[in-house]
Design a protein around this ligand. Structure first.
Ligand SMILES: O=C(O)C(=O)C[C@H](O)C(=O)CO
Ligand code: ZN
Length: 276
């Protein structure tokens, strides 16, 4: 498990590109038949990826989180960004199509991932946070969450946001999760941008052509930096950081948050003209 310690916004002016990427970018999430996990100490979130190819892949505990089973004191949201597959939780099988979501509650014991076939493997993106109680493990089919239509083609930010795990949807202790898809011709996400000092947020960009890139904006609104990101890479945004991006091609992204509260609209907003 890769460990990423928490950082302060005061460190940002002293970081070069390599250090920014080492601290906040999560690459190589999907490696055949492995569990790839990153533990950010920002709100103690674990980001992980599983791509089952040769067979089933179990999600087990890690010494860094001091648990035998991964879900001993955690919950997770899982979105499949690959081909069709399934997650089995204590003997119950949940089939997940591309962009389908599964919430797994605290206390789950045997959690196993599989793909429908090796030629188009499933890619399960997992965002986990500590949980104080157990909510029921629940699946939601692609597009079946709470849908919000956002933006305008005239500002190149027309997009459909699907909330899966949230206050009025699948219940959880901390994790809030969904998928946003840009419409054809729109390239900007989350602009006007925001922060939320109560929650960290991570974005996983997917369905982006291999030679295209996302320019992801990061840092305090008045002291921004950018990370150039490729398909199926994730970025950790601490509570103090802007999280917004523009693609050189159309794309989707999984957004997920954890922290003090779960109020989706509890954002700290600021005019675009104040960004630096
Ligand atoms: O398209 C968007 O805007 C988003 O997806 C925004 C994220 O959901 C977010 O940042 C929630 O705080
Ligand atoms: Zn946000």
């Amino acid at each position: 498990m890769d460990q990423r310690y928490a950082t302060s916004p005061d460190q940002i002016p002293g970081m070069d590109t390599a250090e920014m990427r080492r601290r906040y970018l999560v690459e190589d999430l999907f490696v055949a038949d492995e569990v790839r996990a990153t533990y950010t100490h920002h709100d103690r979130v674990v980001l992980a990826g599983i791509m089952p190819v040769a067979g089933e892949v179990p999600l087990v505990g890690f010494p860094e989180i001091r648990s035998e089973e991964f879900f001993d004191h955690r919950e997770a949201g899982i979105v499949n960004v690959g081909g069709p597959g399934a997650i089995e939780v204590d003997g119950t099988r949940y089939d997940l199509e591309h962009t389908g979501c599964l919430y797994v509650g605290r206390g789950a014991s045997r959690v196993v991932a599989s793909s429908a076939g090796p030629e188009n493997p499933a890619k399960f993106y997992i965002v986990s946070a500590p949980a104080h109680t157990s909510y029921p493990t629940t699946a939601v089919a692609p597009g079946q969450g709470t849908v919000r239509e956002l933006g305008d083609p005239l500002t190149s930010n027309r997009r459909t946001l699907n909330q899966y795990i949230h206050e009025n949807g699948i219940r959880s202790c901390q994790v809030v999760m969904g998928v946003t898809t840009l419409h054809d011709g729109s390239m900007w996400n989350t602009m006007p941008a925001h922060t939320h000092d109560r929650r960290m947020e991570a974005y996983l960009y997917f369905d982006l052509p291999q030679d295209a890139r996302i320019i992801h904006i990061f840092g305090r609104p008045q002291e921004t930096r950018h990370l150039v990101m490729a398909n199926e890479q994730a970025v950790i945004s601490p509570s103090w950081s802007v999280h917004s991006g523009v693609g050189t091609s159309a794309y989707s992204f999984v957004w997920a948050m954890a922290g003090e509260n779960q109020a989706f609209d509890d954002m700290d907003t600021f005019p675009v003209a104040e960004m630096r």
